[in-house]
Design a protein around this ligand. Sequence first.
Ligand SMILES: C=C1C[C@]23C[C@H]1CC[C@H]2[C@]1(C)CCC[C@@](C)(C(=O)O)[C@H]1[C@@H]3C(=O)O
Ligand SMILES: O=C(O)CCC(=O)C(=O)O
Ligand SMILES: [Fe+2]
Length: 378
Amino acid sequence: MDLGASTLLCPPLELTDKKEHGVSPSDSSFFKKQPSIPMEFIWAKGEMGHAHEELREPVVDLEGFFAGDEVAIQHAAMLVRAACLNHGFFQVINHRVDPHLITVAHDHMEAFFKLPWSKKLRAQRKPGSLWGYSGAHADRFSLKLPWKETLSFGFHENGSESVVEDFFKSTLGEEFEQTGLVYQKYCQAMKDLSLVLMELLAISLGVDRLHYRNFFEDGSSIMRCNNYPPCQEPGLAFGTGPHCDPTSLTILHQDQVGGLEVYVNNKWRTIRPRRDALVINLGDTFKALSNGRYKSCLHRAVVNRYKERRSLVFFVCPREDRVVTPPQDLVCREGTRKYPDFKWSDLLEFTQKYYRADDATLQNFTKWLLSSNPPNHH
Ligand SMILES: C=C1C[C@]23C[C@H]1CC[C@H]2[C@]1(C)CCC[C@@](C)(C(=O)O)[C@H]1[C@@H]3C(=O)O
Ligand SMILES: O=C(O)CCC(=O)C(=O)O
Ligand SMILES: [Fe+2]
């Protein structure tokens, strides 16, 4: 059942009377098919173009990594290298994240998004903050609104208190204590897996095996739950438009509905959902950490007419004051630096205050950075 735009925007976006757009029933054009979704959600025809082909690439099996089987580790690193040089996307199986924990995390996400508006709005994102509930980012953007609701919160491991549990209890109340516990465990499992992947990425780049693990060990990451309601015009709107994640590494688990697409060899390809796999994609920050060797994955989420779709997305980030710079031996091999040093907090601020992340965030950030601190050549 299509809940339409009202599920995304509260109070429900009143569909403005057609006459306000200078069209009245007497005009012949009026009888042309009028889009049944608010124009704020509509993307240009040229930006759509739905994928038909599936991306079928080898899945990286982590079993050998956990078993310390060096041959299996080299094989996994070779698959990771091929994928990251080409498009920055791969999937992992035998990742040792408890499948029951993933299922319960989906259950709590479903329960949250099914809450009445009044309850969801208790967690409403404050201006300038990443944390909380957002309906179509309608408070941030005015056009090309994403056809989605999101719930975002931070994760870091210092000390006993759990920022995740505090987030749920303080914004949604005691009845969400269990949800906070589930997401604390889920985020911890995502963080642990991310450090294994950082080792694999280091091996695949031929740098010190612990280099990236050490860089991210004390990082603060972002957890996001995405809910994509059914859409009457799936050919006019995006759940999440084409973009590269500005973050470093993304670990995503999608439900069985399907809708994630990745841009590979100049074509959008669908990613078939796999319950037992976790989707991994590199972001802009890791691209800079690899001195531009590895791609930041260009991806998007399309919507459909009939079925709600949800995804759990964990964005791995370094500590905010960490300076993003590629390992020296990688630069020596490459000969030149591709990006200036920057702090992750500066790129994050850029995406939250000045620039809506898309497929060119890193290059625009670099220009912005250099324009505000021109290199002194004396
Ligand atoms: C640092 C971030 C900004 C976004 C959430 C994380 C990593 C992915 C980014 C995002 C999803 C890229 C597409 C545009 C965006 C505005 C969105 O659709 O949510 C981005 C997120 C954000 O700025 O909230
Ligand atoms: O929901 C998806 O499949 C993709 C979501 C995504 O790319 C994001 O939230 O950054
Ligand atoms: Fe993304």
